[in-house]
Structures are given as C-alpha cells and as structure tokens.
Write a protein that binds this ligand. Structure first.
Ligand code: NAD
Length: 478
C-alpha cells in the first residue's frame, strides 16, 4: 500500500480526479489517499502561494503527489504553484510522453510516439534578472554539472526501463559553448554507459523543426529547461492530444503527477471534461511507485476505450467516434475494459522490475583554477568605443591591461566596425601582460581606479582557466 497526496484542484479538476481515482480503485491500485486543498480558494483566502503549510507537510511526508489542474487568479502577485512545487521539492525531471492515437484521434503524425524529458530546475528559470544600464537588462543562465548529470542519466534510465531505443539531446551549443556545451558534454559522457541505446545530438533549432515535421524519427528527447518547455507543448499539440497528455515531475525524494492541460473553468461542473490527461499522469505515478501491473492494466483499458470510439466531446469526431460520453461514462467504459487490450493501437507492457537506477551525484575532484583576467561591465552613454578605450587605458597596469571591448557580445575595440550598433552596456576585458600574473586584490585596485576615473562599473566577471583550459567566451569577431 502506498500513501499518496491528492489535490482535486479547480474548474474541471474535481470531476477528472474523481473519475481517475475510481478507475485506479477498480484496477486494484494499492493506494491510500490524503486529500489536500490547493489552488484558487487558498489563493483567494490571502495565501499568495496557493498552498498551506499543513499541505506541504502532507506532500513531503507521502512524497507522491497526484494533482489536478488549478486556477491561478489573474493579477495580484499570486505565485504559480507548479513552479513553487517543482523548485521546493527539487523535481528536476519533467517527463512528458507525446503519442498519437491515430486513427482514433486526429493527427498529422500518425506514427508519433516520443517522450520529452525536460530539465526542470535550472537554466534561465532561476529568475536571476537585473537591470544594469538605462538600456540593458540581463537574465542569468545557470547550468550545473549535477543538474546535467541527473537529467541525462534519468533520460537514459527511462529509455532502458521502458524499452526505448534512442535518446536525442537538443542544445544550442554552437552558440552557448559553456552552458549548452556542458549539457552536450555530459550527454556524450553518460551515453557511453548505455551502449545498447542509440544516442545523438541535434542543434535545437533544426531539431525542433525536424520534430514538428517528422516526429517519428525521435524516441526520447532530453533537453534544457527553456527548450524543453517550448518543445514539449509543441510535441503534445502535434500529437493531436493536448487534452490527453499527462506529465510527471520527478525528484530524488518526491514526485508530482498531473495532466498537462489547465482547469478549463468554462467546462467545469458539466460532466464534459476528458479525464485522460490526469489518468495518464496517474499511470506514470503507478509505474513510479512500482505498481506496474496496475499501470499496464489501466493503460491498456484506456487505449481500448479510445479504440472503441467512446469519446468525450473534445475528441469526438462523427466519422471515427461511436459514442459521445461525459466524464463519468468515459470512466465507466474504461473500468469495463479493465483486463482487455487494444487491437489496433499498440498495447503496452511494463517490465515488472521497472525501477530506474539513479545513483546520487558524486562530486568530482576540484579542478586547477587560475585567474587569468577580468571583464568589467561598464555603463557608458558614448557611442565611439575608441573614446571608451582611451578612458579605460588610463587605468591600465602591467598585470591588468585592456585587451578588448565588446558591446552585446560583439567586439567593437580594437578594430571594430563603425556599422556595429552600440548600446550603453560595454564589456571591457582586462588581462595581464605576458609573464605577469593577476591576483584578486588587483581587481579591487582596478575597481578603485575606475571609480576615481568616473567609470561606471556595473558588474565584474572573473576569467578563469580550469585545468589550463580557458573557460569563458571570446568576443564575437575576436
Ligand atoms: P486549459 O487547458 O484549462 O483550457 C484550454 C482549452 O482546452 C479550453 O478550451 C478547454 O475547454 C479545453 N480543455 C482543457 N482540458 C480539457 C479536458 N480535460 N477535457 C476537455 N477539454 C479540455 O487552459 P486555459 O484556459 O489557458 O487555463 C485555464 C486555467 O487553468 C488558468 O487559470 C490557468 O492558470 C490554469 N492552468 C493550470 C495548469 C495546472 O494546474 N497545471 C496548467 C495550465 C493552466
């Protein structure tokens, strides 16, 4: 018996949750339920996080959370409960299977069957943003080795346990050589541990285009947070089944399972909503807690019901559907089909020991780290970089010498182009001259000199070699 936390949510949430739980019960799921209240009522009671402390305690105690969609009230500083839950509980993997159910659900891609595994905690989603000058704001993209290792290992383990043949990595490492470069590098390292699974890398732009055009060439796709956010919605949409897709958010301790759609308030209370998305989330939950036999039974009964043409309004089509049913009737049809398998759609078979082997991250030995320069980011309203260079050269010394100025990453000094558009945000690189060494306290004196020379430094970034390798970007055009 596994104790799980359930939140019935808002809008159509309670109806689809009741239907889902009834199916799980009929299928023999060995679960006990603690129900908590999250969402609209909690938000409107003045709690801007949408969840109470007691509810957090229940979620953390049970570790498994099945959540119906909730309504986030408009305006008023309400925080997204989904984002908060992912971050607080360290749910690093977002898993979203996107499979077409052709010919029973209309799709342009009848053979599509992919799983998107999205890193869920890092990347630009750290929300570390600053305005630095009148014209420039920045958002920090942070990528960590443990973050990459955990998500990429998860993708390969998932492929192994669920009999998938290939894992594809999507990055933009031709441009972001450090951040996306690390993700790609770790992918190549971990792929070696899974020789039985094919591995490949695509640049995200052409990879996504290929996915939208010919999704059947992909199997499991693993990618960074932002790219995963975008492509997982595209994948669900082109599979023809946004209302039918579930998703899992997996952490080392806790996990949350849900439908990908929202609370559809206009359909609430009318016994119309399709419970399939949440049911798919629940099937992933059963697999996660080791009740693979029940998961298999529910999934095959669901596929059979879709195949029988028993459809809710959202997927009902005169030419393929046989009967238009409500939420409750759809659930009853699935219950009747428990123990049966689809004949045209492919039935599922989940291995009995479908447990992912996910060892804890082991810290690597520290690298040799040498300070080799510093970038001063300067707020300056002039337009001619040569003038700024002259000003900066007055604070040059032997061990910190101006070597380059870039504007939005493009080298504008020395030997810039007049045509390059410049804004008021300048990266000014100082490096020691041949044979000299830069120490951290030299940076402090550099900053003091800049202050005296009325140079407005808005941030500094140290330049390091790790194990002798330059670990910072060059100026574009350098
Ligand atoms: P939505 O997914 O609720 O609805 C989009 C469309 O799909 C609507 O036409 C709706 O009728 C239909 N639809 C969605 N699910 C359906 C189902 N199971 N059966 C039949 N039809 C279904 O998206 P929205 O309208 O943009 O958002 C409504 C609310 O949901 C908002 O408050 C939003 O913040 C919230 N939301 C919550 C979650 C979540 O809790 N995970 C996710 C997305 C949106």
């Amino acid at each position: 018996m596994t104790r799980i936390t359930v939140a019935k949510g808002d809008g159509i949430g309670p109806e689809i949750m009741d239907a889902t739980l009834e199916i799980l019960k009929a299928a023999g799921a060995k679960i006990e339920i603690d129900e908590i209240e999250v969402g609209e009522k909690v938000y409107l009671s003045g709690n801007t996080s949408g969840i109470s402390k007691d509810s957090w305690d229940t979620i953390r105690k049970n570790k498994i959370f099945l959540k119906a969609p909730i309504t986030t009230p408009q305006g008023g500083g309400y925080k997204s409960l989904n984002v908060t839950t992912r971050k607080f509980l360290g749910l690093y993997a977002n898993v979203r299977p996107c499979m077409s159910l052709s010919p029973f659900v209309k799709t342009k891609h009848p053979k599509m069957d992919i799983v998107i595994i999205r890193e869920n905690e890092e990347d630009l989603y750290g929300g570390i943003e600053h305005q630095q000058t009148d014209e420039v704001v920045q958002c920090l993209k942070l990528i960590s080795r443990p973050g990459c290792e955990k998500i990429i290992r998860y993708a390969f383990e998932y492929a192994k346990v669920y009999g998938r043949k290939k894992v594809t990595c999507f990055t933009k490492d031709n441009i972001m050589k450090q951040t996306d470069g690390l993700f790609h590098k770790v992918f190549d390292e971990i792929a070696l541990e899974y020789p039985e699974i094919e591995s490949e890398h695509w640049i995200i732009d052409i990879g996504s285009a290929k996915m939208a055009d010919t999704p059947e060439v992909f199997d499991v796709i693993v990618t960074l947070n932002l790219y995963g956010d975008v492509i997982s919605d595209i994948a669900a949409q082109i599979a023809g089944s946004v209302g039918l897709a579930g998703s899992a958010n997996i952490g080392e301790e806790c996990a949350m399972f849900e439908a990908i759609h929202g609370s559809a308030p206009r359909r609430a209370g009318q016994n119309m909503a399709n419970p399939s998305g949440l049911l798919e989330g629940a099937v992933m939950m059963l697999n996660h807690i080791g009740q693979t036999d029940v998961a298999e039974k529910v999934q095959n009964a669901w596929l059979k019901t879709i195949e029988d043409g028993i459809h809710t309004y959202d997927i009902y089509k005169e030419d393929v559907s046989k009967e238009k049913v409500g939420t409750k009737e759809f659930a009853q049809a699935i219950i009747k089909n428990l123990g049966q398998k689809p004949t045209i759609l492919k039935d599922v078979h989940y291995a009995k020991d479908a447990v992912l082997n996910l060892p804890k991250y082991k810290k690597k030995p520290a690298a040799q780290k040498d300070l080799v320069g510093v970038d001063l980011f300067v707020h300056w309203n002039g337009t001619n970089p040569n003038e700024l260079a002259e000003k900066l050269q007055t604070i040059n010394t032997e061990n910190k010498h101006l070597t380059m100025i870039t504007n939005r990453g493009i080298k504008v000094w020395p030997n810039g182009f007049e045509e390059t558009f410049c804004t008021d945000h300048w990266r000014c690189r100082f490096e020691p001259q041949e044979g000299k060494t830069l120490y951290k306290n030299n940076i402090i004196t550099l900053l003091a000199k800049a202050l005296d020379a009325k140079i407005d430094v808005v941030k500094t970034e140290n330049l390091y070699n790790f194990d002798g390798k330059a670990s910072f970007s060059l100026g574009q055009g350098q």
